[in-house]
Design a binder for this molecule. Structure first.
Ligand code: CP
Ligand code: NVA
Length: 301
């Protein structure tokens, strides 16, 4: 049997993605109504975290509990990974003990190697290059508030980082237009821009970039692993803060999303975080429901 991994969003077809988003909303309703949904009894998820996390860790762990299984948190400081045991060996050992492996790490190549040596599904819980689990929650949030996203304009304001790369994948899969407003030198991956020219364009000026946008999203200017560049980036991104004023230039009632954690007064204003069109708390909650749907898809297929 071929093992399905979820390393980037296009590991799902368009139809699989749409079905998964629908299922995520169903699972959300089941949870709200206290309807048991223990579809993964006794299944175990191994969670390898080489970077910090609040949402991802708690949502995966809670998801496995609600689904009738369990999760094991593994950090480099208290596993042999931190002492240099090769990723290939770790993958082969873990996959003989657990049913699924979730990994948050630095280089994307590392998770690809993990998947190559794993006999159980590997889920990307963030790498330097991609954050596909967050996109599941973001897309679910858009569908729940506004319906179909195809044909709409979405604007990404800020760093062309892992989140932005995953947004490009989403634009290509669901056929919406992604406008990226970033300063020079902070563009998303060139290979993705080249491959998805019809869905993505770069517009340097944020006010111009958000025109007609049904949704505006942003993220921190310095991602995990870029702490030393914090000051330099703060200067480079001056003028890229998403505020209620900037949102007024977008389409009426445009949604604001942020994967969190947020830095108020940098990439987003404190006022916008609390705006009625800011759906950041629903977005965070949907990590739980979207990942339940993902786990069910990967483990019950
Ligand atoms: N958005 C997100 O992935 O948050 P955490 O870093 O808290 O997991
Ligand atoms: N781009 C951010 C996302 C955090 C969820 C980072 O990689 O740190």
């Amino acid at each position: 049997m071929v093992v399905r991994h979820f390393l980037t969003l296009p590991d799902l077809s368009r139809n699989e993605l749409l079905a998964l988003l629908k299922r995520a909303s169903e699972l959300k309703i089941m949870q709200r109504k206290h309807i048991p949904h223990e579809y993964l009894p006794n299944r175990v998820l191994g969670m390898v975290f080489e970077k910090s996390s609040t949402r991802t860790r708690v949502s995966f762990e809670a998801a496995m509990t609600h689904l009738g299984g369990s999760a094991i948190f593994l950090s480099p400081s208290d596993t042999q990974l931190g002492r240099g045991e090769p990723i290939e060996d770790t993958a082969r050992v873990l996959s003989r003990m657990v049913d699924c492996i979730m990994v948050r790490t630095f280089a994307h190549a590392k998770i690809e190697r993990m998947a190559q040596y794993s006999s159980v599904p590997v889920i990307n819980a963030l790498t330097d290059e991609h954050h596909p689990c967050q996109l599941l929650a973001d897309l679910q949030t858009y569908y729940e508030h506004r319906g179909d996203i195809s044909g709409k304009t979405v604007t990404w304001v800020g760093d062309g980082n892992n989140m932005c790369n995953s947004f490009i994948h989403a634009a290509a899969l669901l056929d919406f237009e992604l406008v990226v407003a970033c300063p020079e030198g902070y563009e998303p991956m060139q290979s993705l821009l080249d491959k998805h020219k019809t869905n993505v364009r770069i517009v340097r000026n944020p006010a111009e970039a958000v025109k007609n946008a049904a949704m505006v999203a942003t993220d921190v200017w310095a991602s995990m692993g870029q702490e030393a560049e914090q000051q330099k980036r703060k200067e480079a991104f001056a003028g890229y803060e998403v505020t209620t004023h900037l949102m007024e230039q977008a389409a009426d009632n445009a949604l604001f999303l942020h994967c969190l954690p947020a830095h108020r007064g940098e990439e987003v204003s404190a006022e916008l975080m609390e705006d009625p069109n800011s759906v950041v708390w629903d977005e965070a909650e949907n990590r739980l429901h979207a990942q339940k749907a993902l786990l069910e898809f990967l483990l019950c297929a």
